[in-house]
Each structure stands twice: as structure tokens, then as C-alpha cells.
Design a protein around this ligand. Structure first.
Ligand SMILES: Cc1cc2nc3c(=O)[nH]c(=O)nc-3n(C[C@H](O)[C@H](O)[C@H](O)COP(=O)(O)OP(=O)(O)OC[C@H]3O[C@@H](n4cnc5c(N)ncnc54)[C@H](O)[C@@H]3O)c2cc1C
Length: 299
């Protein structure tokens, strides 16, 4: 009986139409009526629809044949990562390894090899989980999202800072008629260093209980242009302006590190859930901020 109920629900929830376009020119008009669901690797979408937490729109658009969404390339102003780039592709990219190593480090903590082969950066960003592993390093790298739509005959492109993109768990500033086409990273300033740290309740294949990214320009032992981001401690991945201010321009000595860690612990107000209590998450933020800053100092 249970199986019967489930399959009826699945039929009711199934999309009415399926498309697998091979170009943005073909794909974007399919999004015009605002009732399309986009499929990349499917590693979030399929479990969510199976569990009934997400309903398909009337049209399912498979993005995986659109070559314009692939690739990781250096541009005049920085690096452009196509929305379809998989976690494996990010890990193999020399461009990222050189100028955005903190993103590659985060990939190293991401799920399993099978998942990394299917999961995309675009899916991680658009799924907007507060615990999404790529979101913290992308915030530290000051990433922007590039969104495309086609309201008429011309393509419209909109760029938005990633920190303004997240609106709540699973909610973003993307309009239903828009597709995320790329993540754009500015060229890092000279002497920029950044570190990422994820803590889960198991050493591998786990969703973050908290994650931390810290970056900045390190000169003569002091950090400037500081960027601090936390994951899994708020409804969205967040930048931490008070912790950044506690570090800005200061030498990374023991007193600065202890003060910044204490500010960090007080800057977050996490909830308790199955992965950790709010109290434990705050302690983790305090202790891991200290650990990451010591690591930056030792660079
Ligand atoms: C067993 C397991 C382990 C996991 N482990 C981790 C982990 O360690 N760390 C982690 O961060 N995540 C993890 N995840 C979650 C998931 O793998 C990632 O969030 C992944 O990056 C999602 O990418 P995808 O290509 O599979 O997205 P999909 O599932 O295809 O899509 C996710 C959402 O984004 C939308 N979307 C996708 N691409 C676009 C686009 N270009 N434009 C607009 N909307 C788009 C979809 O419509 C959907 O709403 C795990 C998932 C599973 C099942």
C-alpha cells in the first residue's frame, strides 16, 4: 500500500515535458514561463524530489548537453567557471590550483569520488544549502554569479555578488526565468592567502556541522582586505564582518588570534539540529577560527 501511495505521488509530481537543449539559445526560452526545473548533476534535485521536499515544475530542462556551461578559464579580470563544472573538474584545474587554491581544498572534503564526478558548482550554488561546501570558499574569493535569461529575442545577463545571492535555506535571488551560467572570480590581489576548514561528525562523506574560510593579503605578518566566511551556522552561508574587523590590519599574533576567535564565536547564532547543537557549533567556530588563523600565520 505504501509503495502504491509513493508511486502515485511520484506520478503526480513528474514534470509534463522534458528537454535536453544543446545551447543557451535553445535552453533560455524554455525558462520564460518561470515553471521549469533545471537539472545539472541531479545529486540534490533527485533525492529532494524523490523525498517530496521539492516539486518539479511542468518542464524539466537537462542542462548537461550545453557546452557553453562547461569550462574553467582565465579571463582578463580573473577566472570564469562554467556552471556545469563538476567538483572533479575543479580539483583538476591548474588555473584554480594556482589562483583559487582554497576552492580546490574545499573540493577535497566534498562527498565521494562518484558524487564529485556528477555534482556541479552551479548545482551547489543554486541549491543554496547553508552547509554547501563550495559556498564558503567562494565567499572568501569574492565570487560573483552570472545569470542569463531571454525575455525577448536577446539574451539578458545579470551579475550579482555571491554574498547577495543567498536569501535563505534553498532560496536565492535567481528569478525563475534565469539560469546560472557561470561563477566569476576576480583575480586575487598579490600576497593573497586563504584557508578552508570543514568539520563534520565523521571524517569523510559528511555534511558540514560548520565550515570556515578565511582569506586576506598577508604582508609582514599582518592581514588586510580580510574576508571571513562561515557555513552551516545561519540560514545562509555568511560573511562575518565583525570577525573581519577584528583582524583587519593587525599582526597575526597570539593576542589578535584569540580576540578574533572570541569575536567569531559571538558573531554566529546557529541552530541546534541532528548534526550539532547551537552551543557546539559556536564552540567549533571559536576553535576552528583559531586553528585556521594559526595556519594562515604559518604560511
Ligand atoms: C550522498 C551525498 C553526499 C553529498 N555530499 C556533499 C558534500 O560533501 N558537500 C556538499 O556541499 N554537498 C554535498 N551533497 C549535495 C550535492 O551533491 C551538491 O550540492 C552538488 O553540488 C549539487 O550539484 P548538482 O549538479 O548535482 O545539482 P542538481 O541536483 O542538478 O541541482 C541542484 C539545484 O540547483 C538547480 N540548478 C542546478 N544547476 C543550475 C543552473 N545552472 N542554474 C540554475 N539552477 C540550477 C537545480 O534546479 C536544483 O534546484 C551531497 C549529496 C549527496 C546525495
Amino acid at each position: 500500500m505504501l509503495t502504491q501511495d509513493r508511486s502515485e505521488a511520484a506520478v503526480r509530481a513528474a514534470p509534463e515535458r522534458y528537454f535536453a537543449p544543446t545551447s543557451l539559445e535553445e535552453a533560455l526560452p524554455l525558462l520564460r514561463d518561470g515553471n521549469a526545473t533545471l537539472l545539472a548533476g541531479g545529486t540534490d534535485l533527485m533525492p529532494q524530489t524523490q523525498a517530496g521536499r521539492v516539486r518539479f515544475g511542468s518542464t524539466l530542462v537537462n542542462l548537461r548537453h550545453i557546452a557553453e556551461l562547461e569550462g574553467i578559464a582565465r579571463t582578463d579580470g580573473g577566472i570564469r567557471i562554467g556552471a556545469l563544472a563538476t567538483i572533479t573538474a575543479l580539483m583538476r584545474s591548474d588555473v584554480l590550483r594556482r589562483d583559487a587554491g582554497v576552492l580546490v581544498d574545499a573540493c577535497d572534503h566534498f562527498a565521494s569520488a562518484q558524487l564529485r564526478n556528477a555534482a556541479t558548482i552551479g548545482g551547489n550554488v543554486c541549491n543554496a544549502s547553508p552547509a554547501g561546501d563550495l559556498l564558503v570558499p567562494l565567499l572568501v574569493l569574492d565570487a560573483e554569479v552570472e545569470l542569463a535569461s531571454m525575455p525577448g529575442s536577446d539574451r539578458r545577463i545579470r551579475r550579482l555578488a555571491l554574498r547577495e545571492f543567498f536569501r535563505g535555506p534553498g532560496r536565492t535571488a535567481r528569478e525563475p526565468s534565469e539560469m546560472l551560467v557561470a561563477i566569476v572570480l576576480p583575480a586575487p590581489p598579490a600576497d593573497f592567502v586563504a584557508r578552508f576548514c570543514k568539520f563534520g561528525t565523521r571524517p569523510a562523506l559528511d555534511i558540514s556541522a560548520v565550515s570556515i574560510g578565511i582569506g586576506g593579503v598577508l604582508r609582514a605578518g599582518a592581514l588586510s582586505g580580510v574576508r571571513v566566511a562561515f557555513g552551516a551556522v545561519a540560514p545562509t552561508p555568511m560573511r562575518a564582518p565583525r570577525t573581519e574587523a577584528a583582524l583587519e590590519g593587525h599582526r597575526l599574533d597570539a593576542a589578535t588570534i584569540a580576540h578574533a576567535a572570541s569575536v567569531a564565536g559571538r558573531e554566529v547564532h546557529p541552530i541546534s539540529d541532528v548534526r550539532a547543537s547551537g552551543w557546539y557549533r559556536r564552540e567549533l567556530i571559536h576553535n576552528l577560527t583559531m586553528r585556521v588563523l594559526r595556519d594562515v600565520h604559518a604560511t
